[in-house]
Design a protein around this ligand. Structure first.
Ligand code: 6PG
Length: 250
């Protein structure tokens, strides 16, 4: 693991979300001070919902919303109105409650029936926003990630094709167990970030967390292991339940 991971264990899920909100506020204000803007990629699933709620309430006045630009690390292949949509979850929990311009929100066009075309379109959005030259990767100030009980992150699932991608920024990744494509950032994008923060809560995640942080199984089996920012910070915010099998006694 090239970047030294900081692992912080919080006693309860609520403390985990409060710690995560502090990380978002701190990173946002530092980024705006340094470059005039804050670029964040949101994670999906259920875990970040309470964080988004906190950012839209308690932390609402501490964030430079007008200088904040939102992206998604992955999306389900569904329209933004679908209950499965990561965009919809973030919109309901946070975006619809904060003073952010629609022009600052870059969602995955996952309503496109062609998942490959949706991924390509999102890649072009990133290339344009970050004014990338060929071969260059975007440097997000902060990428939020979750982890599944199988060790997947974003929509980089064990044994899937996207794990081998070296040059694309966004791909449509076929996930056999769900019989669907997911649109996901690739590892080069995750590993080019200034800071990657994993939020992991619950006992169902404990075996995978142990395998990722302490095990010697290959990354193809536990893709969260492959997240190693080359010139960035790697932060694991986990609650006591998720950390329950760590021998480090975190
Ligand atoms: C998604 C996510 C995915 C998620 C994990 C954990 O679209 O589902 O981006 O990577 O973070 O599956 O999900 P939970 O937070 O629901 O456990």
């Amino acid at each position: 693991m090239s970047s030294v991971a900081e692992i912080r264990t919080l006693t309860t899920p609520q403390e985990l979300f409060e710690a995560a909100a502090e990380v978002v506020v701190r990173t946002a204000n530092a980024a705006v001070e340094q470059s005039g803007r804050f670029t964040i990629a949101l994670s999906g699933g259920s875990t970040p919902k309470s964080l988004f709620h906190l950012l839209a309430t308690n932390a609402r006045t501490s964030l430079p919303w007008d200088r904040t630009f939102f992206f998604w690390g992955d999306e389900r292949h569904v329209p933004p109105t679908d209950p499965e949509s990561n965009y919809r979850m973030a919109d309901e929990a946070m975006l619809s409650k904060i003073p952010v311009a629609a022009a600052n929100v870059f969602r995955v066009p996952a309503e496109n029936p062609d998942a490959g075309a949706a991924a390509e379109a999102y890649e072009q959005m990133l290339r344009k926003f970050f004014a990338l030259s060929p071969g260059q990767m975007p440097r997000f100030d902060l990428i939020l990630l979750g982890m599944g009980p199988d060790g997947h992150t974003a929509s980089l699932f064990p044994g899937t094709a996207a794990l081998a991608e070296k040059s694309r920024l966004v791909v449509a990744n076929w996930v056999e167990k769900f019989k669907t494509h997911r649109i996901t950032f690739t590892l080069p994008v995750l590993n080019a970030a200034g800071c990657v923060a994993f939020l992991v809560s619950g006992t169902d995640k404990a075996p995978a967390l142990k395998a990722v942080l302490e095990g010697d199984a290959p990354g193809e089996q536990y893709p969260s292991k492959l997240v190693e920012p080359t010139e960035g910070k790697l932060l694991w915010l986990v609650d006591r339940a998720a950390a329950s099998e760590l021998s480090s006694g975190n």
